[in-house]
Design a protein around this ligand. Structure first.
Ligand SMILES: C[S@@+](CC[C@H](N)C(=O)[O-])C[C@H]1O[C@@H](n2cnc3c(N)ncnc32)[C@H](O)[C@@H]1O
Length: 259
């Protein structure tokens, strides 16, 4: 116990890597053998077989674990930080039996957590190899009921709609109207947002009629939806407002400020 308190994390030596606020789904069943860590300012691979203790430490920490890099520089997939996942899942106000669309399957761990809470989960991943791997992880963890589609999550999953809830685990700059359209009346959309008015917001929107309206509920720093990235220079120019409000309609999104 002292170890847990000192490091503020769960001790995986004695049991599975599970976290406060999340259902007991072992993260180790989803994080791949090879992960990426920064050492002396450089990315390097950390293999579970080569250094099991260091790998376990990464997976047990309340931090994102990078699983894929592009050009040896840009993280393109990761297992999100558990406490951020817990906040996002809480913001969904899930009830058992609800149908949930997740954008950004990644390792499949968040999808498994949603399923463990009784949701019927459809998840979309833009990288085919990552989607395949997530299906295997989900099957091995006993969550074969989760449907994983390979495709661009900006289009949602029209054939499986409507959804009671939509959760994106990649940051949007322009919230796709498909998410609004495929969310049931009164349903909730939770997404990280990087764009006009905020660099790293967690947005929570509710669908009413033909629009979704929402506001910031804390911070969430995520890699962008593929095709929606903001350059470092653009990012530096963004001023963050925690009182940002957003309305998404078929013709686009509008921003306002104030409570
Ligand atoms: C932070 S990771 C997701 C973490 C994941 N939910 C988990 O539990 O491991 C973001 C994922 O979103 C995927 N992604 C990015 N853009 C996407 C898009 N347009 N449609 C679907 N997936 C996308 C990336 O390939 C990446 O796997």
């Amino acid at each position: 116990m002292p170890v847990l308190q000192r490091h503020g994390r769960y001790d995986v030596r004695g049991g599975p890597a599970t976290f406060p606020g999340l259902p007991a789904v072992d993260r180790r069943l989803f994080v791949p053998e090879d992960v990426w860590v920064v050492e002396d300012g450089e990315w390097r691979v950390l293999s579970r077989s080569a250094d099991p203790a260091a790998w376990e430490e990464q997976v047990a920490a309340d931090a994102a674990v990078t699983t894929h890099l592009k050009d040896g520089t840009w993280p393109t997939s990761s297992s999100s930080a558990p406490s951020v996942m817990a906040r996002m899942i809480a913001a969904l106000r899930l009830e058992p039996g609800m149908k949930v669309l997740e954008i950004g399957t990644g390792t499949g761990w968040n999808a498994a957590c949603l399923a463990a809470l009784g949701a019927e989960v459809v998840s979309i991943e833009v990288d085919e190899a990552i989607a395949d791997r997530a299906r295997t992880n989900l099957r091995n963890a006993g969550h074969e009921s989760v449907r994983v589609f390979f495709g661009d999550g900006e289009h949602g999953a029209p054939d499986a709609a409507p959804f009671d809830r939509v959760i994106s685990t990649a940051a949007a700059q322009r919230i796709p109207y498909a998410w609004v359209e495929q969310c049931a009346e009164g349903g909730i959309i939770v997404t990280p947002y990087t764009g006009v008015g905020h660099v790293d917001a967690l947005l929570v929107l509710t669908r009413t009629g033909n629009a979704a309206r929402g506001r910031v509920e804390g911070n969430a720093s995520f890699m962008p939806l593929r095709g929606q990235g903001v350059s470092p220079m653009e990012r530096r120019a963004i001023e963050s407002h925690d009182d940002l409000r957003i309305t998404v309609t078929r013709t686009g999104q509008s921003i306002s400020y104030g409570n």
